[in-house]
Design a protein around this ligand. Structure first.
Ligand code: F0G
Length: 366
């Protein structure tokens, strides 16, 4: 009963699954690595924190092919670029976009240039860009400056820009909202996520609205975004010239989709909040140890924000008076292994013991 390769079922990606909601036609070449269809994990310990029969789910986007949510939009953006016979991609990045762009460019057989803030990219993400064969340029500047350069180069030199200013990226990222509604049979009441360049909050809101317009859901969630305290332009309502945070993925002072994020928050009756680096690291560790989900620091901003909403009347949004049995979804955007530096400090405490049962017993504390 052998089958030839061409008969094997191809793994599905966001384009095959949600084709009718995406800007593609039968003649669009599909560039996919099997992205999407990520787990929506019910989290009992997080649910307990809210109480009152509320249910909390984590949408684990770290389970995408390159370990972050960017792959959804990248599949659509690179497919559309190929339709237009593009020869090269370009992006600015805090790390994940560059990893994803490099992978999908490799898959499509075209070249990819990534412009990165020197010394500010998490180890795993930089490694990915090298592995997938991107042309990497590190600048003495931050993400906002890198994006400025990309906009200039993208205009003049045959590059397709695959940052989230590319509408095809946003279209692809909407599929995460579709999946959540498909699993829950309706939209959740609240949706929490980290905010950097603000493409993702824009995409989720567009996705929820599309699905409601197509009568796939009966309601819309309140969108609640979180920025890191010293990189919080939307929260403070002004550009931050020198953003700083341990969550390097969201170290952004002038988000490209600022206006769209503001609109999503206002229209959904949501909120924008801030969390500190300490709260981010504590939430990262808590989520790994209590729910078994290891995420990168930027992703943990959503969980840190969730704790604030549970614990404080003064949070951006207080969960203390939300209706019984509300459903809350937190998107965690990237895998913990991408950014091992903070955790790897703990490994220094590991001292070997002699290879005997007795020594091991003592080390365990038996
Ligand atoms: N979480 C992670 C892990 C990210 O990599 C990013 C953005 C965000 C959250 C914020 O999403 O920008 O759509 O608001 N990373 C971009 C990059 C900027 O270059 O990889 P956003």
């Amino acid at each position: 009963m052998g089958s030839t390769t061409s008969e094997l079922r191809k793994s599905r990606g966001v384009i095959e699954f949600y084709r009718e909601f995406l800007p593609v036609s039968d003649s669009t070449p599909v560039v996919s690595l099997g992205e999407g269809n990520t787990p929506l994990v019910y989290c009992p310990q997080l649910s307990k924190r809210v109480g009152r029969r509320c249910q909390v789910f984590v949408k684990n986007e770290g389970i995408n092919p390159t370990g972050s949510f960017k792959d959804r939009g990248m599949s659509v953006a690179v497919s559309k670029a190929m339709e237009r016979a593009a020869k090269a991609l370009i992006c600015a990045s805090t790390g994940n976009t560059s990893a994803s762009a490099a992978a999908y460019a490799a898959r499509a057989g075209i070249s990819c240039v990534v412009i990165l803030p020197a010394g500010k990219i998490a180890t795993g993400k930089l490694l990915q860009a090298f592995a997938y064969g991107a042309k990497i340029v590190a600048i003495d500047g931050n993400f906002d400056e890198a994006l400025h350069i990309v906009r200039e180069l993208g205009d003049g030199y045959q590059f397709v820009i695959v940052n989230s200013i590319n509408h095809d990226r946003i279209a692809g990222q909407k599929t995460a909202a579709f999946e959540i509604v498909d699993v829950l049979s309706d939209a959740p009441d609240f949706h929490l996520l980290p905010v950097g360049n603000a493409g993702n909050i824009t995409a989720y809101w567009a996705g929820y609205r599309d699905y409601e317009a197509h009568r796939q859901s009966t309601r819309l969630p309140a969108m609640i975004g979180f920025q890191s305290g010293c990189a919080a332009p939307i929260f403070h309502n002004h550009v931050v010239e020198k953003p700083e945070t341990i969550a390097s993925a969201i170290r952004i002072g002038n988000p490209a989709s600022w206006k769209q994020a503001r609109a999503a928050i206002a229209e959904s009756l949501g909120a924008i909040g801030i969390v500190s680096d300490e709260e981010i690291l504590a939430a990262q560790s808590w989520l790994a140890k209590h729910e078994g989900i290891f995420v990168e620091p930027a992703s943990a901003a959503a969980i840190a924000g969730f704790f604030k909403c549970c614990d404080s009347d003064e949070a951006a949004y207080s969960f203390q008076k939300i209706p019984e049995a509300s459903r809350i979804v937190c998107t965690v955007t990237g895998h913990g292994l991408k950014d091992p530096d903070a955790i790897s400090q703990q490994m220094k405490e590991l001292q070997p013991v002699a290879a005997t049962v007795n020594d091991v017993r003592r080390a365990i504390g038996l």
